[in-house]
Design a binder for this molecule. Structure first.
Ligand SMILES: *[C@@H]1O[C@H](CO)[C@@H](O)[C@H](O)[C@H]1NC(C)=O
Length: 201
């Protein structure tokens, strides 16, 4: 390979690096463009910065990769977007107490390091994606008080039975059927909470 080609290959490699460099910021910013944010809690989400690590409500690891989003009770409305699944190091996604609508993207099943998914008290509809059963690090999942339908996927129940999922609250949704708590004390390591009203209908 001539030196000119080497230089060209290098320039191309650097250009690709730059293009990818704020991928996580681009994903979060894309989500922001889909949200209504009357309290301007996302005001610091500036896509021209090199990464989203200085944005409010976002936490990164030492490699400047997003590990937390903390947007509980933030007055947000609008959907979750499938591209959020590209945030490969996500550990805590806390977006409860808003008016988040539409469905839970199946791409969240890519969050292999996810520890806690807090989506309670929103307006989410549609089913729980079976792909969430791939979240083998998941310990807490609160989906209570939404408008979710269908049944709880067996892949997700397997996380409760065989995985680390300690708390799964699915109360106050529009699910079919009934799930019994794994332990009547409610403080067991493995607990599923489902609206008792459903059983008496
Ligand atoms: C589970 O969700 C229901 C409905 O939102 C709520 O009333 C209940 O307190 C939750 N349980 C726990 C242990 O958080």
């Amino acid at each position: 390979m001539g030196s000119k080609m080497v230089v060209m290959a290098l320039v191309a490699a650097i250009a690709i690096q730059f293009a990818n460099c704020n991928m996580e910021g681009d994903v979060l910013y894309e989500w922001k463009t889909k949200l209504m944010d009357p309290s301007k809690v996302l005001g610091s989400w500036d896509p021209t910065l090199v990464n989203p690590c200085t944005w409010y409500h976002v936490t990164c690891n030492s490699d400047n990769s997003v590990v937390r989003v903390d947007l509980g009770n933030a007055g947000l409305s609008g959907p979750l977007i499938p591209q959020l699944g590209l945030l490969a190091n996500m550990q805590y996604f806390m977006v409860f107490g808003n008016e988040i609508t539409a469905t839970i993207p199946k791409e969240m099943g890519n969050w292999k390091k996810l520890v806690s998914l807090g989506l309670h008290q929103n307006k989410l509809s549609g089913p729980i994606p079976a792909s969430l059963g791939q979240l083998e690090s998941l310990r807490f999942m609160t989906l209570n008080s939404n408008k979710l339908t269908g049944t709880i996927p067996k892949e997700v129940l397997e996380l409760v039975l065989w995985g680390d999922l300690q708390t799964l609250n699915v109360s106050d949704n529009h699910f079919q059927g009934r799930v019994h708590p794994a332990d009547p004390t409610g403080y067991a390591v493995t607990t599923i909470m489902q609206d008792p009203k459903i059983g008496s209908k």
